[in-house]
Write a protein of this length. Structure first.
Lengths: 759, 177
């Protein structure tokens, strides 16, 4: 019977808001009948009843009655951590302030003084009843709150819980916001909190929201106070933890941003020195534990990332990678070091190095949906198509698992009558099924699978027979219903609130989203249409229009564009040749049927030539000058040219096929054929230019050249102590050669791809 | 300070700060969801005020007769939130739930014989070594496990406490319930 009610409830939840919903009422009636028969006896059954009531508007009083009534007592609802909290929420909604306050006080004094959500609800019972902020000042509520929290603080013994202390800060912060004149109190509490908990790693996170609320002078003042009281002691593990927290706060309040290069370098040196000083203290640590000074190394890397962004030089990034590798060798499992390294290697164009680190992170199952973007975003750009495919295939497994496993788990919830979990499981399934990352990696897979087909014939076959377009949607409704599960907050970040996070700053290109997904949906769909030589229909015109608006200049100039300049260029080129296909296809149909609207062949060829010229203009680019470093950007340019060449080969073949298989009057299109041939010559030139560029780059990254060139330049007269130190030379050489190795791999592969596409 | 609440299926999208740590294993979907489906109140999580997940514990209830008990399958705290008493809070909740509604006699867990830090921590929480399980942990090196137990109210005679339990050796197949 409960199963039936659950099923109806699930259906009720799926009714769009605003529409009449009798299902809830039906479920409630069935539930009420069971209840009157005394059959509602378990926590899960009670939760189901509550779900039904709370799914309807303004039923919180009834829900409360249920929780506090016979069924609640019978099932001991109050001992269930979720129902206990739910009751408090409902009491607040029903404005039963005293009851709510008593309930929260009981939990905080008897069960857990650290429970933050209960503390917040306690504050609700204090602040919400006071309508006017002006009344707050002398109100009983405030007095009571202050005394209660002070009591909680008093009770904390030798190993104090942080809850009550942070509650004090929260309370006084709210008073400051509502009444004002409380800044000094807040500041004193902040400093006192640091005094007590400053050696705990979580102290930074605990206080950062409050520090973010201070104005610049106050925030700087806070850091100064901390420095004054603690000095620069860094002898014990506790000292180090305190100093690291202070350094985090200093970065957070802006004291490490907009530094001049020289100052930044000096600070990097200082942090590295502190890192090295902390190492001996960790000599007996287990291999799975992190070194005490690791965050100094990471902070040094953050500074170098800033310098790289300011100076546009890649040397700071290289130096950061060496230092992080050194730190990683002493702290093999520090995943935060690994995350920064992965991004730095990607910025440096060294895919093999990035993969090497990523593969040590043991990212599995659901983590593929949330974390794989670190390695799979635009993975094709490095020119290592097989390696990229491997990463993408293994990440895609989770979506198959979801389809196979999750429905079974929903049935399990039914089996055990765990009603509270059913909707949750359904939501979980949906989040994976409709994952944005799934679509993005899917599009990247399609690009790579196409890139793998290095002959025109094979590529055409792939387009015709293997590429399925049912899932290749791009309409607004589809895009907006994708769910973004990507984890972009796991990377350590102590940047000021108004600054971009480290995760954002270390992206080689803007994060792919709807626009990016749309571009790489339109391209394969257009190509597939052409491969089948399908006549021009509404669908084709729709695709072309969509592409046109995607690459329109106003989108392009927007800062928020997700597309790189090369991707926009690719889009524009495909647009032009899509028009050529359209013009030619329609001209052939008109000529075949001798339609009265058929145009003069000369006009057809002239229009086609205009489009081809537009493409040739877009293909023009400056040769790549090597500076010793081959960053992501360079590989991205080269790979996109090769990818575009592959698409153009297909298009040119399809255009020729159109004439040979569809035109009844082939001689009419002789001039078009000639134009196509000429255009193919330009395409070959573009590929030739890639090969020339690669030849030049290969020269520069040969190991011998790296040793005498890049490595020498990095070390000679470096402002960084780490780089000048003789004991680090071997590591620097080893890592630079590994990066060079990865570059060479990419270059060799790209050259082969370029050669194979010369038709 | 943290919020202690029941783990939700969707928390799996947000647990990377915990699970990226090398000592924490990430299992497939079925593993987590099957626990949630069957013992939702034995799977709890600690969150920061900004809803970052700091730690979680997975438990189940099993056994027959006087062996009916709560079991800690996994307990893990993200590196930066260690030594804050989070494990204690979660264990206390698990023990409470093992008593009501599960009405178990004791709570038990397995820990590596060499994991002195963990053994000390559980001892502080009121657990004692009940027996040793030969070769329980496989992998690069095989290692014995200690089955540590804490008696609950229902274990009136404290049968789940054994003197010198570490000398009481059993085979892995004997620990199936």
């Amino acid at each position: 019977m409960f199963w039936a009610i659950m099923s109806i409830t699930l259906q009720a939840m799926n009714v769009p808001p605003g529409q009449p919903n009798v299902l809830y009422q039906l479920a409630e009636r069935m539930m009420s009948k069971l209840n009157s028969e005394g059959k509602v006896g378990s926590i899960e059954e009670l939760q189901l009843y509550l779900i039904i009531l709370l799914g309807q508007k303004d039923r919180h009083v009834d829900a409360l009655a249920l929780l506090e009534g016979d069924v609640g007592v019978k099932t001991k609802a109050i001992e269930n951590v979720e129902l206990r909290y739910l009751r408090i929420q409902l009491l607040i909604k029903a404005e039963r302030w005293k009851d709510a306050r008593d309930a929260t006080v009981q939990i905080l004094t008897e069960i857990n003084s650290d429970d933050w959500r209960t503390i917040l609800r306690y504050f609700d019972t204090i602040f919400l009843p006071v309508q006017d902020d002006a009344d707050l000042k002398g109100s009983e509520n405030l007095t009571e709150a202050r005394s209660f929290i002070a009591e909680l603080v008093q009770k904390e013994g030798k190993t104090p819980k942080r809850g009550p202390f942070l509650a004090q800060i929260e309370l006084e912060k709210r008073v400051q916001e509502k009444i004002g004149d409380n800044k000094e109190m807040v500041m004193n509490l902040l400093v006192a909190y640091f005094d007590k908990f400053g050696s705990k790693s979580c102290c930074f996170e605990d206080l950062s929201t409050y520090i973010a609320n201070l104005d610049k002078d106050e925030a700087h003042g806070f850091c100064k106070k901390l420095k004054d009281t603690t000095g620069e002691k860094s002898e014990t593990v506790k000292d180090i933890a305190i100093q690291i927290n202070i350094a985090r706060f200093e970065r957070f309040v802006g004291l490490q941003v907009k530094l001049r290069s020289a100052d930044a370098m000096a600070l990097v040196n200082k942090f590295w020195k502190l890192y090295e000083k902390a190492l001996p203290l960790g000599k007996d640590l287990e291999e799975t534990e992190l070194q005490y000074g690791d965050d100094y190394a990471i902070m040094a890397a953050h500074l170098l990332i800033d310098v790289h962004r300011d100076t546009k030089s890649y040397f700071p990034l290289l130096n950061a990678s060496f230092m992080l590798e050194r730190a990683l060798s002493a702290s093999k499992h520090n995943y935060q070091i690994k995350l920064v390294l992965i991004r730095i290697y990607e910025l440096l164009g060294a895919f093999n190095c990035a993969v090497s680190i990523y593969s040590t992170m043991a990212i599995k199952h659901v983590q593929h949906d949330t974390m794989s973007h670190f390695i799979s975003d635009r993975a094709s750009s490095f020119g290592l198509f097989n390696e990229a495919l491997t990463q993408l295939y293994s990440a895609h497994e989770i979506y198959h698992s979801n389809t196979a496993e999750t429905p079974e788990m929903i049935l399990q919830a039914y089996k055990y009558s765990t009603f509270s979990k059913m909707q949750e499981f359904i939501e979980f399934q949906s989040r994976l099924e409709n994952s944005l990352q799934k679509m993005i990696s899917d599009r990247e897979l399609i690009r790579l699978e196409f890139l793998k087909e290095d002959s025109v014939t094979r590529a055409l076959t792939w387009l015709q027979q293997e590429l399925e377009i049912n899932t290749l949607k791009f309409d607004t409704a589809f895009c907006e219903s994708r769910i973004d599960n990507r984890d972009t907050t796991v990377m350590l970040n102590w940047n000021p609130k108004d600054h971009l996070s480290v995760e954002t700053l270390t992206r080689p290109a803007p994060q792919p989203g709807h626009e990016w997904m749309t571009l790489f949906t339109l391209v394969p769909r257009l190509l597939k249409h052409m491969a089948h030589l399908t006549p021009i229909n509404a669908e084709y015109e729709n695709l072309v229009t969509a592409l046109e608006s995607l690459i329109a200049s106003d989108t392009v100039e927007q800062q928020s564009s997700e597309l790189t300049a090369e991707e926009i260029k690719l889009g524009k080129i495909i647009f032009q040749v899509a028009k050529v296909f359209q013009v030619l296809s329609q001209a052939i149909v008109a000529q075949n049927s001798n339609s009265p609207t058929k145009e003069d062949p000369a006009k057809t060829v002239s229009t086609i030539k205009e489009h081809f010229t537009a493409v040739t203009r877009l293909q023009k680019r400056d040769p790549i000058k090597s500076t010793g470093v081959i960053p992501w950007q360079t590989f991205h340019i080269l790979t996109t040219v090769v990818e575009t060449a592959g698409y153009l080969n297909i298009v040119n073949q399809c255009l020729q096929n159109l004439i040979t298989t569809k035109a009844s009057k082939k001689p009419t299109f002789k001039t078009v054929n000639a134009a196509i041939q000429e255009f193919m010559g330009h395409c070959r030139q573009a590929l030739q230019a890639v090969q020339t560029d690669i030849d030049g780059l290969k020269n520069v990254v040969k190991p011998e050249r790296l040793t005498t060139g890049l490595i020498y330049e990095l070390c000679d007269g470096s402002a960084l102590d780490f780089v000048r130190a003789p004991e680090n030379q071997m590591l620097i050489t080893e890592k630079t050669l590994k990066i060079g190795d990865s570059w060479m791999n990419s270059l060799v592969n790209l050259q082969q791809e370029a050669v194979s596409r010369m038709v | 300070m943290s919020s202690l609440r029941q783990f939700k299926a969707t928390d799996l999208f947000n647990f990377n700060a915990i699970n990226l740590d090398s000592l924490t294993e990430t299992y497939n979907i079925s593993f987590y969801l099957s626990y949630l489906a069957r013992w939702p109140d034995l799977f709890s999580v600690q969150c920061t005020p900004s809803s970052t997940l700091m730690a979680y514990v997975m438990g189940k209830a099993e056994g027959t007769g006087t062996d009916w008990h709560g079991h800690v399958t996994a307990i893990t705290v993200a590196p930066e939130y260690r030594r804050l008493g989070l494990a204690q809070g979660m264990m206390a909740l698990l023990e409470l739930v093992s008593e009501y509604p599960y009405d178990g006699y004791f709570v038990d867990l397995f820990v590596r014989k060499s994991n002195k830090v963990a053994i000390e921590m559980y001892t502080q929480f009121g657990y004692s070594i009940y027996r040793a399980v030969k070769g329980y942990y496989s992998g690069d090196t095989t290692e014995d496990a200690y089955d540590m137990r804490k008696p609950l109210k229902r274990d009136v005679d404290r049968k789940s406490v054994r003197e010198n339990g570490e000398t009481y050796l059993v085979e892995p197949h004997e620990v199936l319930f």
